[in-house]
Design a protein around this ligand. Structure first.
Ligand SMILES: *Cc1c(COP(=O)(O)O)cnc(C)c1O
Length: 361
């Protein structure tokens, strides 16, 4: 075996997490969000693992959807941002994708193309309830729903919105967004979709007919504090590598680029085959937790492209070839993330292709 940097993807955990999401809102459907290569876990294997359970998949763009169709994924696929250019419409039709609609430019293009549609098309009209990134003004809900529903071939219309702060359970902004969205819906009788993972777990008032869980499928909590549902998530990935060198470093000597870690006492330092070239963040601080043979220790010295260094002083048995876990069931990515000034989303999503993916049922 060559360089041993491996992301083991736990497909049964991802299935468990999808079912956990749906269990929060009995009767609702859920689009499993597998954009960005399923947050780094591998879109095609994840889609195959979920295929028997899912109501739909959600991706960011048509390239991601076509990759899934080419792999034989036949479930509905929603383009969360719709089409970027009108020339995608024939492909959307051919591959029977579902599209979001969030601008007047998209609306104009859809109206122009609709007479040529050959298959039924589901359209998710996005309202801007307060995040101010995408979506129509909420007071246009009724008008847009009428216009889009009247187009030839348009089948189901869903009204959707997206939250800016649903991961902060005490925040009034989510209450405000729900209120604005519900106000816009008065007199419009269509299915609705509001909730990302945090909405699924913390905002039952926002469940509607369609959930859109992403991060929770991969087992990481979006919350900074405990949450009863998030506590039941199972880690979707274990990232491991191995120790490739061990040395004793005298007190007063520093380790690594920039000499950011100086040994206060003599220390035993292990070098691990994992670096920012694998997607492990370079700005992980000294003290970022890792596991060596299941025991906790920490980064000592700056992360370099292909390697990082850890303190083995209190683990005298640790040796070259031993397994190092960067995150996984016993060390949640959500616990590692704050050490890198980030959230678990980026840790898993930014893993590079150099990390070998291994799929475990
Ligand atoms: C990415 C995305 C989601 C999933 O969000 P998570 O926080 O990962 O659950 C849901 N809806 C939309 C529109 C998205 O872009």
């Amino acid at each position: 075996m060559a360089r041993n940097a491996v992301a083991t993807v736990h497909l049964s955990a991802i299935r468990h997490n999808y079912r956990l999401a749906k269990a929060q809102a009995p009767g609702a459907k859920a689009a499993a969000i597998i954009k960005a290569n399923a947050y780094g876990h591998g879109a095609i294997p994840v889609a195959r693992a979920l295929a028997a359970d899912v109501d739909a998949f959600g991706v960011a763009c048509i390239e991601e959807a076509l990759e899934l169709r080419a792999a034989g994924i036949s479930q509905p696929i929603l383009l969360l941002e719709g089409f970027f250019h009108a020339d995608e419409l024939p492909l959307i039709d051919q591959h029977q994708l579902w599209t979001a609609l969030h601008t007047d430019e998209q609306l104009t293009a859809l109206c122009a193309y609709a007479p040529q549609l050959r298959h039924p098309l589901n359209v998710w009209i996005k309202l801007d309830s307060g995040m101010h990134r995408l979506g129509f003004a909420p007071d246009r809900a009724a008008e847009l729903q009428a216009t889009v529903s009247a187009l030839p071939q348009v089948a189901e219309v869903v009204l959707m919105t997206h939250f800016a702060r649903s991961d902060e359970p005490e925040e009034a902004q989510t209450v405000e967004q729900i209120t604005r969205f519900n106000t816009a819906l008065e007199g419009v009788d269509v299915p609705v979709s509001l909730s990302n993972s945090a909405g699924v777990m913390a905002w039952p008032a926002a469940h509607g007919q369609w959930l859109r869980p992403g991060m929770m499928l991969y087992g990481a909590t979006p919350f900074m504090s405990a949450n009863a549902v998030a506590d039941q998530l199972q880690a979707g990935m274990t990232l491991t590598s191995e120790i490739i060198a061990v040395r004793d470093v005298p007190a007063g000597e520093a380790v690594g680029y920039g000499a950011t870690f100086t040994c206060d006492t003599p220390r035993r330092i292990g070098t691990v085959a994992m670096g920012y070239g694998d997607g492990y963040p370079r700005h992980a601080k000294n003290g970022t937790p890792v596991l060596v043979n299941g025991q906790r220790t920490a980064l000592a010295g700056r992360v370099s492209m292909d390697m990082l260094t850890i303190d083995l002083t209190h683990l005298p048995e640790a040796k070259v070839g031993d397994t190092v876990t960067l995150w996984g069931p016993a060390l949640p990515a959500a616990e590692v993330a704050p050490w890198c000034d980030t959230i678990p989303y980026t840790l898993v999503t930014c893993l590079t292709p150099r990390v070998k993916r291994v799929y475990q049922e």
